[in-house]
Design a protein around this ligand. Structure first.
Ligand SMILES: O=c1ccn([C@@H]2O[C@H](COP(=O)(O)OP(=O)(O)O)[C@@H](O)[C@H]2O)c(=O)[nH]1
Ligand SMILES: O=C(O)[C@@H](COP(=O)(O)O)O[C@H]1O[C@H](CO)[C@@H](O)[C@H](O)[C@H]1O
Length: 321
């Protein structure tokens, strides 16, 4: 591990219990806080998370000023459940409809930058099964107390599929793809325990100055781009304990892994560290067994291409017609 990363780990890692929500609320210094939940078909969990944030961090303690749910083309009643719980809900495609449509989680997060009013934005996944309000207060701790910190990622133990035997086999794409890539090509980021964590927070003005990768490339893209724009010491991480969420299937994480690999490749090409002599395919061919008598395998092609939204600040205002 690089000596600067060892020093960073010591200097920029804290724990959720180190940060008291009431004390943070007293020290906001007029900064507005928005919590954003990107949500695609999360009606089973989004309401509880919004309710917990609202009651603990808006009503009991005036730490959070706004709760936004970005409905990301849900086909269930996510929007209604979130609104009923007290969130302000925006449909992803209804934000800046003048722009060509984007897709995936990265699009939902980028679009939130056009509607969130906070000086600090906290991103929380909407599929969490272990959410507690100190996920939010923990992430806010370094940002409210240290003006030199601009971005904070959560870290935690990650049981897989509700395992209660003390095993932490979650974070499959983190362990099999993202962590190896970061250690190989961006060793300054090797101190992040959960580089793909879906719970993180940043200063809105900084978030508006970096691109957002579409789909599931967004977390890796943000980490790499923020390292390059603000430097390692402006980044921090907070130990949130344990995190359980609705785990996707392993084949679906194969698509996520490919998107993350394309994100890393895109940044290596952009920086000139990688030169490609042949085109790279973005089609991932998986296999499913047919339900015919012979049960042969059928190819199941999945598209894994990523796109990228430019920094929100660089997008011109909509032309009013
Ligand atoms: O197109 C998408 C895909 C995902 N999400 C949300 O992003 C978060 C993380 O996505 P997911 O749970 O699918 O990823 P995982 O946590 O399994 O890696 C969840 O709140 C999703 O509802 C979204 O808003 N739009
Ligand atoms: O960390 C990971 O490997 C993936 C999948 O986690 P699991 O194997 O389902 O626990 O989950 C994260 O990655 C996504 C891509 O960056 C994020 O968008 C998710 O919020 C995060 O849960």
């Amino acid at each position: 591990m690089l000596p600067e990363v060892e020093a960073w780990l010591d200097r920029r890692t804290s724990r959720a219990q180190d940060w008291d929500a009431g004390v943070l609320a007293e020290n906001k210094r007029g900064q507005r806080i928005t919590v954003v939940l990107p949500a695609r078909n999360e009606s089973a969990t989004v309401g509880t998370i919004v309710t917990d944030i609202r009651t603990a961090l808006c009503e009991r303690v005036p730490l959070v000023d706004e709760i936004v749910v970005i409905d990301s083309r849900s086909t269930d009643n996510t929007a209604e459940v979130a609104a009923q719980a007290g969130a302000t809900v925006y449909h992803q495609d209804a934000i800046r409809p003048d722009l060509p449509p984007g897709a995936g989680k990265g699009e939902a997060l980028w679009k939130s930058l056009f509607v969130a009013t906070g000086d600090i934005i906290v991103f929380i996944d909407a599929d969490l099964l272990s959410f507690t309000p100190d996920y939010v207060s923990g992430l806010l701790g370094p940002l409210i107390t240290d003006p030199e910190v601009v971005y904070v990622k959560g870290c935690y133990d990650r049981p897989l599929n509700g395992a209660s035997d003390g095993t932490y086999n979650g974070g499959r794409v983190t362990e099999l793809v993202a962590r190896p890539l970061l250690n190989q090509y961006w060793p300054q980021l090797a101190g992040f325990v959960q580089p793909l964590a879906g719970e993180y927070a940043g200063r809105a003005d900084v978030l508006r100055r970096v691109p957002f990768v579409s789909h599931y490339g967004v977390e890796l893209g943000l980490l790499i781009d923020l390292l390059e724009t603000v430097g390692l010491d402006a980044l921090a991480q907070v130990d949130l304990g344990v995190r359980e969420h609705t785990n996707q299937s392993t084949p679906d994480l194969g698509v996520m892994a490919a998107q993350i690999q394309h994100t890393a490749r895109n940044r290596l090409l952009r920086s000139g560290r990688l030169v490609e002599t042949v085109d790279t395919s973005t089609t991932l061919v998986q296999y499913v067994r047919s339900d015919t008598a012979d049960g042969t395998y059928l190819p199941y092609p999945r598209e894994t291409a990523i796109t990228e939204r430019p920094p929100a600040d660089s997008v011109t205002e909509p032309v009013l017609t």
